[in-house]
Every structure is written in C-alpha cells, then in structure tokens.
Design a protein. Sequence first.
Length: 467
Amino acid sequence: MIRPDLTLPIPEHITAAHFIGIGGSGMSGLARMFLARGIRVSGSDRSDSAALRALAEAGATVYVGHDAAHLGDADTVVHTGAIWPENPEFVTAKQRGLAVIHRSQALHWLIGSRPLVSVAGAHGKTTSTGMIVTALGALGADPNFVSGGVIADRGVSSGSGADDLFVIEADESDGTFLLYDTAIALITNVDPDHLDHWGTRDAFFDGFVRFADAATRAVVISSDDPGALRVRAATTHPHVISFGLADDADVRVAEVRTDGPVAFTLHHAGESASVRLAVPGVHNAINAAGAVAVLLTLGYPLAAAADAVTGFAGTVRRLELHGERRGVRVFDDYAHHPTEVAAALAATRTFADGGRIIAVHQPHTYSRTQEMHREFAEVLESLADHTVVLDVYGAREDPVPGVTGRLVSDDFTDAAHVAFVPDWQAAADYTAGVARDGDVVITLGCGDVYRIIPQVLAALETEPAGV
C-alpha cells in the first residue's frame, strides 16, 4: 500500500484529474463531485463495475486495468492508499511531475473553506453520515456530502448541494481525518483498530484527541464507548456534546424497543421526542442520537431533528437483503471488526423471527486477523447459531505465513458450530446444506464476500434443507 504523504502540496487549480482506483465507493463519489465542478475526469480500476459504468454515463473517461497511457492530459492524479507503489499510472505520474495527491487531499481541495461536519470513529461512520445527510434533506437543507457507502434514499455516495455545508465520513484508518478543517466533529466510538498504521493503541487514541481538539465549533461524542470516554477526558475542547444510553448523556437514548425496526425516545435539555427508524438494531438508535446531536448543534430543534432522521433508509452493504430462497433470507453486511460483527448479528436477531442465524465471515486483512481472531470467534460463536469462515481478504497487505481464516474457526469452543471452508463454491454449498426454512444467512466483511451471495442463493435452490 501507499501511505498518504499529507505534506505534499495540493494544487490551487485542477482542470483534468485522473483517479487511480476510481471504482471504489469513496473514489467514485469524489470523481462525481469533480465532474460536478466542471473538471475533466478520467480514471481506471482493476475490474469493471456498476460504478465505472455510471461514471462513464456521467461524462468520465474510464478504463478497466491500469496503464500509463490512461493518464492522457491529466494535470492531477488522485490515488487511494490501496494501490501498489509499482502501479504504472502512479509511477508515470511521478516521473512526469504531475500533482499526485491522496484522495483525502482531493476531498480537502473540494471542501475549501466551507463549514464542515466530519464523522469519525471505528464503527458507524457511514450510517451516521447517511443519517445526517438524509435528515438535512428532510429539513429543507441541501448539503454537499461524501460518504463511504451509497446512501439508500440518495442512491449515491456523494452529492454536490446548493448549501455551503459539507458533511463527510472522515477516515481514521490512515490518519487523514486530521487533514480537514472540521467545524463539528462527530466521534461515534474509539475502538482501537488499524494498528498497522498507528502502531500502538495510545497513538490511536491520541489521534482522536487531536481530531477533537481541532474542531472549531463542537465535538459530538459517544457517552457509552470506553475509548470515546477516554478521548472526552483528554480533549480540551470547550464545547462537547455527548450522546448515547448513559444516564448523563446530553442526548440520551431511552425506552429502546427492538421488535422490528428500532424504536426509542430521545431526551435532551428537558425535551423528549419519540423515534422509530426504518433500520434495526440498538446500535442504530445510538447512531441516530449522534446524528440528532449534530443537527442540534447546527441549530435545529429536537422534535424536528428526531423526525427528520426517521427517513434514513440505510446504506448499501449494511444489513442489505439480497434475496430469499426456500424460506431462507440472505443478507450482507460490511462488518469487519468484532464490535461491528456483534452489532450486525444483534440487529439480525431482532428480525430473524425465531430462525437461526448462519454467518459467513470473511476475515479482513492479515494484521487484523492476527490481532483479533479470538475476539471474532467469541462474537461469532455467541451471537450466530452457525458460522462459515472463509479465508482472509488481504486487501492492501501481503500474506502472513500461518494467518488464515482457520485461526478464527480454531478458536471456537464448540467445533460443531463452525466450519472453515476456503473454497467459495464449497462454502456456498455447505451454507445451503446447513440452512433450513426460516433461517437467515448473513455475509460479513468489508472485502468482496458479497460476491459469494449469488452462489449461496443458487445453492439454496439445489441443496436439500438442513436439519
């Protein structure tokens, strides 16, 4: 991977931008916003996708595969950290002396001096960003936004609005959330992750403290997460608003009901508002409280903010239903950290209607699997009825000897509830053979595990039901 060098200068003017890895949800969103600014956009990705085709229809020149010739007359090249240093477009751009910037720097360029809400945290960023954007639209605002996933009611991951306000999902994984000039910082949680970048847990926490301290207007932060409490204690910011289940939360979640889409009451400054979301899970009630706290900071009253957030219909790859065969529903979720997996499985239980939950887990990155395989096993064994473990999706990392999905399956205390099946067709057949009428299958991971879903659905049509 390429670590972002945030000391590199960002061009003052950009007329033609080339995106290496343009098909990703974040990069494709940035490319759309560059197009909206009247900038010529080109880009490449390793494989074709709906995102590439949509960008081509919007006016971008897109390529499948990487080749130096794709740079054309671009004056600026935007890249992610996920590409290899040997990428021919990256190497040639450097040789030609073009401005080569990380995607976070491209976003910083787009935002300029406009007021900014930055959503950060190890989990819940995309959902919280989507909730804020959806609610602002319902309240009559038209913000600019960049999310890490497609917001269901918008159908896109980014948008250029008529208002000055910008709402973004700020990435802590590589420290780039410290680049932005944030007015309101929303911190969903501070659960140590991405230690391949940060090195130590203390450094991870310190990064969030710096993020909070730099906010010019307010810090909105979880009242429940231990890491967030640690950051809150360390920040020197004068205006901190807490949200969550804790009795002392400034925006407090109470009377939670999870028999279907989550319903709850929000309390703030002597006022109360009832909320019923279109999405399940206690974690989404807490995410909604954080979004409402941001809206309060922006000047909206509690009742209006609470009502506006109910229109959030979810984001792609967050408990997304893909199909049903012989009475078995198949969902997908982006969860790739033990805390996220726990939240996704707990939410799934609320609509499983007595059926069993069969998790298909794809460990993400060798470093995280090596660090957290025991935690993954504990969560999966306690919250799913059966788990199928695939092999590790390495993403930006080289393989590590001995680090495979078997590390997770071997940590189950009862081997009857887990199977390590690295071959995808065999895993799909196995899953279908275990599943029976009324069960829920959920794929878990932020790699490409969702691609196994057609195989699972097909196998459900041919494999006999489990017992």
